[in-house]
Design a protein around this ligand. Structure first.
Ligand code: IPD
Ligand code: CA
Ligand code: CA
Length: 267
């Protein structure tokens, strides 16, 4: 069993390098909160700097692989099988507000399948890694999804649409349905970490709609390798294209899917 195959070594090194800048910049955000201009432009510069480091490191280590990045968009590679899917700073709103819950997320896609993922919170120093067939790990600890069998006993993560985003009415219906059937709902503000938390058994389940591929690419591998079930909102394996995701152990995933469907139908 190798947690650090050559490609995982490359991913972890690139992520650690990019994280050093984010750590420094997060410290600076606290000073900027009190300035009139606020930290907005500074944060978007931090985001771009982190992405550039990831791009440079990964392109150097694996020349020819393609890229899909939140800031830089698509970069075609000579190797049509492989593509890095990158969110250099997931949880931007948290970062901007000095809330220490954000991550770098890097996924590797091979022939349309997610095969490796790294999600790193530089503040808590939690490094989540997974590779297809190799298991999922938090630092050196093997991860398994939680074993609760009843949705009513579960803590369920979610993402709320905010100003400028679609799906508010649908979300309110879904949330109403879920609240009536679970032990707790959490909205933490970084989709990649929500998925990592399910892999780690901290959340029993999680759902969100209208995500981008880079929000969930790495997390999909983590949850699957931790023994969890992953689907889009309609139960299909089309998360990256549809933007929707539901995750949990097999039983809880089925119960949550049912509750969400009924809630949408009820309006
Ligand atoms: C956002 C976070 C958030 C989710 C949003 C994403 P960003 O990513 O993952 O939890 O609810 O849909 O856009 O903008 O912080 O990279
Ligand atoms: Ca981002
Ligand atoms: Ca994101």
């Amino acid at each position: 069993m190798s947690r650090h195959t050559p490609v995982m070594t490359v991913m972890v090194a690139a992520v650690r390098k990019a994280a050093r800048g984010l750590q420094r910049d997060f410290g600076e955000v606290e000073n900027l909160q009190v300035s009139l201009k606020g930290p907005g432009d500074f944060v978007s510069a931090a985001d771009k700097k982190a992405e550039k480091i990831l791009f440079d490191e990964l392109a150097k280590a694996r020349p020819g692989y393609g890229f899909l990045m939140e800031e830089g968009g698509k970069v075609e590679g000579a190797d049509k099988s492989h593509r890095w899917i990158i969110d250099p700073l997931d949880g931007t709103t948290n970062f901007l507000h000095g809330i220490p819950h954000f991550a770098i997320s890097v996924g590797l896609e091979r022939d349309g399948q997610m095969v490796a993922g790294v999600i790193y919170n530089p503040i808590t120093d939690e490094m989540y890694i997974a590779e297809k067939g190799q298991g999922a790990f938090l630092n050196d600890r093997r991860l398994r999804v939680a074993v609760r069998r009843e949705l009513t006993q579960c803590v369920v993560g979610c993402g709320t649409p905010h100003i400028g985003r679609p799906g508010h009415e649908k979300y309110i219906s879904e949330l109403r349905g879920v609240m009536l059937n679970v032990s707790g709902v959490r909205r933490m503000g970084a989709a990649s970490l929500d998925l990592a938390y399910v892999a780690a058994g901290r959340f029993d389940a999680y759902w969100e709609a209208n995500l981008q591929p880079w929000d969930m690419a790495a997390g999909i591998v983590l949850v699957r390798e931790a023994g969890g079930t992953v689907s889009d909102i309609d139960g299909r394996d089309d998360m990256l294209a549809s933007g929707g995701v539901i995750v949990g152990n097999e039983m809880v995933h089925a119960q949550l899917s049912k509750v969400l469907k009924a809630a949408r139908q009820a309006g």
